[in-house]
Design a protein around this ligand. Sequence first.
Ligand SMILES: [Zn+2]
Length: 298
Amino acid sequence: MAAFSIGSARVTRIEEWAGAFLAPELLFAGFDAEAYAKTRSAIGPAYLDPETHAIQARIQSWVIEAGGRTILFDTGCGNHKQRPGIPVFDNLDTDFLARLAAAGFAPEAFDLVICSHLHVDHVGWNTMLVDGAWQPTFANARYLFPAPDVEYWDPLNRDRYPDMIGEAVNAGFFEDSVRPILARGLADIVTGSLDLGDGLRLDPNPGHTPGCQTLTVADGGESAMFVGDVLHHPLQILNPEWNSIFCEDAAQARAARRHVLARAADEQAVLVPAHFAGDHVVRITRTADGFAPQPAFS
Ligand SMILES: [Zn+2]
């Protein structure tokens, strides 16, 4: 699935990275071997290696063309970024911008850049290295950052958050991928829900991080929900109590997951998580005891 439409809006997937994440028992806080044994057979091999049990994952961005605007949702890991806390994303040198160009999108064409939340793998292409300095990649865009994450992840505020979970794994991103955008006055800091017009809306969905936000795109009786890391893998549709080990607030993260699954089921929305391999997007149906994934497009 490279692209799909929601009414008159067009959505195009741009991949940055493909590989295996941690094994389920390491990725999921609250992993339960019995529940895993019951649910794993419902997950296809494109999502979960049947031999090794390795979780297949992607780092991907979504281009949304709606109402004459071009919007980028999540910006991956970026190139040449020093990531001592997560070696798999350290000093990448991918052809992400060439892939974006091949799909028809030059960096200067973007009107908006939206980060679902501020984490190392969602902000990277906000900036790129030019003559030794971090410059905005999307120079003509306004960047929409959620206020709670701008506060939470700024190293200058570190003392206020003694229970922070993700400090080591996210080391570096704020200074090379967020601060340069703030310093140039290109960011709009989002507090609460925000109607962006043309059927686009941002809503807070905290838990994984304090600032997680969901983008809903609705047009012509159809809708899609871009939920970032509210869930990382289809196993969490069948086991919505499972958080990732990267979720900052466990109770909020579980509530946020149940909320988006219920909404996606009730609205028959296309659910667009950040890291799904396989078909990358799903629809959700209710079952006797919870939720189940379904192909988004038949
Ligand atoms: Zn992520």
